[in-house]
Design a binder for this molecule. Structure first.
Ligand code: HEM
Length: 433
């Protein structure tokens, strides 16, 4: 790949430390110096970075079936083998059709009702007279709610607690640097967590297949494509395991970014309070959530500023040509939706929190189909996009009916990699409204 431009490579560590320390700043600097196609070396692996909305469109829409998601997300293989994101092309398409059954409108309505029932109770457990770390609290809330909505388990039962621990261990293992399950390392805990989850959920499959249920796991036990094909036990376990991971930190991060933004911009908090008040005391059903257009704009802006998935990896399965460069089969690729969404070529004052950029009059995201792409696109586009939007609106409406947001220590700096999160947490004071 000597014909592909890129920065000089420090021996042994390559660009690993520089990118880990300031991934956005480093990428922006490299794009300025080397253009939208450049190579870097991280953790011993050469990667070609294809930057900007055209690259996202070309690779994610993948009209010639060149780009493998399984090859790109290879690091997840040990913990999440067989999950949708680790499959490609025809096999992936078939499994995705089955998974869609768990995301149909009536299932989403059931999840919303289940979630609505527990959310207010969980929020009520948060203190209203002293600050606490919102990031830790929302991760715990989404996990506890996940027990009910994803698995149909009683909130806070002993089993739900063990399951949540195992899920956390798996997620930690998926981003750890030591990839072998050496005893007591995060990967070791992650592999044990995965085994525990498989064992636990395998036992539940016969009962859920027989009786059904309005939670994701039960829906996946029963899911079939249009031709009536469903999953084997192993397939259910693999797909469900990945689904929990895909759903968890992503939503928790975006809610944290929204809280930080609303605390820092009282005018926007007021706009959302008025929007929620305009819904009255009516149940937060589809119609009510559909009216939360201001909340939707804030969510979209949060996803633009701190996307939970700031880069998307792929592996080329064949040689291809892009922007004047021949790139060989077997090359690891990185797409950069995070930095793309901060490009001044696409968004006005891109680092400023300005949700009105998504208003119909301004519609800045319409400048290019992939200008705003926090959920990816093409065959692997996030299946949980509508679910996540619903969850976020339900959360905001429930919270702002009871509380007001203040940030006693101001806005945090954001760690971008490997999982975006506020450095040092997000202390909030949620006083009674
Ligand atoms: C704000 C929240 C979320 C964000 C930003 C997000 C982002 C993404 C992105 C960027 C991808 C594509 C990755 C790629 O192409 O390599 C993806 C895939 C996926 N997401 Fe999400 N996600 C979110 C929430 C959820 C939720 C709540 C669920 C489930 C309830 C979910 C389920 C999935 C699944 C199953 C895939 C794999 C789809 C496939 O490979 O066909 N996501 N997500």
């Amino acid at each position: 790949m000597s014909h592909i431009p890129g920065p000089p490579v420090p021996p042994i560590i390559g660009h690993t430390l520089k990118i880990a320390k300031d991934s956005y700043g480093t990428q922006q600097d490299y794009i300025r110096r080397y253009g939208p196609v450049y190579k870097t070396k991280m953790l011993g692996v050469w990667r070609v970075n294809l930057c900007g909305p055209e690259a996202l469109e070309y690779v994610l829409l993948d009209k010639e079936k060149i780009f493998s998601s399984a090859g790109g997300w290879d690091a997840l293989q040990r913990i999440y083998p067989g999950g949708l994101i680790l499959q490609d092309f025809d096999g992936h398409r078939q499994n995705r059709r089955i998974m869609m059954a768990a995301f149909r409108a009536s299932a989403i309505r059931d999840y919303r009702e289940r979630m609505g029932n527990v959310m207010a109770d969980l929020i009520a457990t948060w203190p209203d007279d002293r600050p606490f770390d919102f990031y830790t609290a929302i991760k715990s809330l989404t996990l506890r709610m996940g027990g009910a909505v994803f698995m149909g388990l009683p909130l806070d039962g002993a089993l739900a607690k063990k399951i949540n621990r195992a899920i956390t261990d798996e997620i930690r293992a998926s981003v750890t640097l030591i990839r072998q399950p050496i005893p007591l390392t995060p990967m070791w805990h992650g592999v044990r967590g995965r085994d525990f989850l498989r064992e636990t959920f395998r036992k539940m499959i016969p009962e859920r297949r027989a009786a059904g249920g309005d939670d994701f796991f039960s829906q996946m036990c029963l899911a079939t494509d249009e031709d009536g094909h469903g999953w084997s036990e192993d397939e259910i376990l693999n797909q469900f395991n990945l689904l929990i991971m895909a759903a968890h930190d992503t939503t928790a991060t975006s809610m944290t970014v929204m809280m930080a933004a609303l605390g820092a911009h009282p005018n926007w908090q007021q706009r959302l309070v008025e929007e929620v008040e305009s819904l009255g005391d009516a149940p937060l059903n589809e119609e009510a959530l559909g009216r939360m257009v201001e909340t939707d704009k804030v969510f979209r802006e949060a996803l633009r500023l701190v996307p939970p998935v700031p880069f998307i990896p792929r592996m080329a399965t064949r040689d291809f040509h892009w922007k004047g460069f021949d790139i060989p089969a077997g090359t690891s690729l990185a797409l950069n939706p995070g930095v793309t969404m901060l490009s001044p070529d696409l968004f006005t004052n891109p680092t400023v929190f300005d949700p009105d950029r998504f208003s119909p009059e301004r519609a800045e995201d319409r400048i290019h189909r992939f200008a705003w792409s926090p959920f990816g696109g093409g065959a692997h586009k996030c299946l949980g996009m509508h679910f996540a939007t619903m969850q976020v609106k339900l959360f905001m409406a429930t919270l702002l009916r009871q509380r007001r947001i203040a940030l006693p220590q101001g806005t945090p700096a954001w760690q971008r990699m490997p999982i975006p999160k506020p450095k040092g947490g997000l202390p909030v004071l949620l006083a009674k409204a």
